[in-house]
Design a protein around this ligand. Structure first.
Ligand SMILES: N[C@@H](CCC(=O)N[C@@H](CS)C(=O)NCC(=O)O)C(=O)O
Length: 287
């Protein structure tokens, strides 16, 4: 537990859990804690994930690829990070960093592991020639924003979200620090979106798919219950873009995959076929 009188020891040691949501899964070491193989389904792409913003990036990409007519059928298996599934030996073999999302691509001679959500988005975009311009300034600008997201969102999630919503107490110093940074980032996006319909230009790309689950859903009031606190309504261009992307059918489906919270009709805990959206949501199968 930290307070203003805390003096860091010379060498940090791992003591009692620090409290707050997710304290039980935080560890200072990497690697597997238990033996557990991953399930493998029938499709070329095996996704191991959860419907957090980082997970939603990839399920939206798969659903957009399928909607555009690409042969991107996939099995999506739910990794329950609150239960420590990310520390099973099979998962660690696919992502040594023990974070969702992780993908096994079985389309080649040997299964190829792909981890880090931006790496997965790029891998799929290049494989199918979709949602990433092939060359030139438009490609560079798309990658600029894709990597902007990867560098920026930890301030939103691990910084602001952690201290505003999950920490065991409310401390003004970290909340001020990260609220200021998140508002600055929203302003960056707002100025960019004032000039163009999508984040990297005229086309909907993997940059939108990476940024929307975080900043779009924050503006739609779905993250940390912080929309009023951050006055998201004042970022009018981000707001309009967030609503436009939210209205895409593939985005709605992508949000449902590997989801185990919220309205039962929005929860498709595992996805193995397109028909699962009609027949296997939690309101239909219960349990
Ligand atoms: N930079 C990674 C971040 C992934 C990440 O932080 N995933 C979280 C869920 S959103 C996770 O798996 N957390 C489990 C843990 O920290 O043990 C990516 O974009 O793929």
């Amino acid at each position: 537990m930290s307070d203003s009188t805390y003096t860091p020891p010379e060498v940090w040691t791992w003591e009692a859990p620090s409290g707050g949501q997710f304290a039980s899964i935080n560890r200072p070491i990497s690697g597997a804690t238990h033996d557990k193989d991953l399930p493998v389904g029938q499709h070329p792409f095996q996704l191991y994930s959860l419907a957090t913003p980082n997970g939603v990036k990839v399920t939206v990409m798969f659903e957009e690829l399928l909607a555009a007519g690409h042969e991107a059928e996939y099995d999506a298996w739910r990794i329950d990070i609150s239960e420590g599934d990310q520390f099973g030996s099979g998962f660690v073999a696919v992502n040594p960093n023990s974070k969702i999302p992780a993908l096994l691509d079985h389309t080649g001679d040997t299964p190829l592991r792909v981890f880090e959500s931006a790496s997965i988005l790029m891998h799929l975009a290049e494989k199918f020639g979709a949602f990433l311009p092939k060359s030139g300034p438009a490609r560079t600008e798309t990658l600029n924003w894709l990597f902007w997201q990867m560098g920026s969102a930890p301030y939103l999630g691990g910084g602001f979200g952690h201290f505003y919503a999950y920490a065991p107490e409310k401390w003004q110093y970290p909340i001020d620090r990260f609220a200021m940074e998140v508002k600055r980032q929203l302003d960056v996006l707002d100025r960019q979106l004032a000039e163009r319909p999508y984040i990297a230009g005229d086309e909907y790309t993997i940059a939108d798919m990476a940024i929307w689950p975080w900043y779009g859903q924050l503006c739609l009031g779905r993250l940390y219950n912080a929309a009023t606190f951050l006055d998201v309504a004042s970022y009018k261009h981000v707001m309009a873009w967030a609503e436009k992307i939210d209205a895409r059918p593939a985005v709605k489906r992508g949000r449902m995959v590997n989801r185990s919270f919220g309205e039962p009709e929005m929860q498709l805990r595992e996805r193995h076929a397109a028909s699962d959206f009609d027949t296997r949501t939690q309101d239909k199968i219960g349990g």
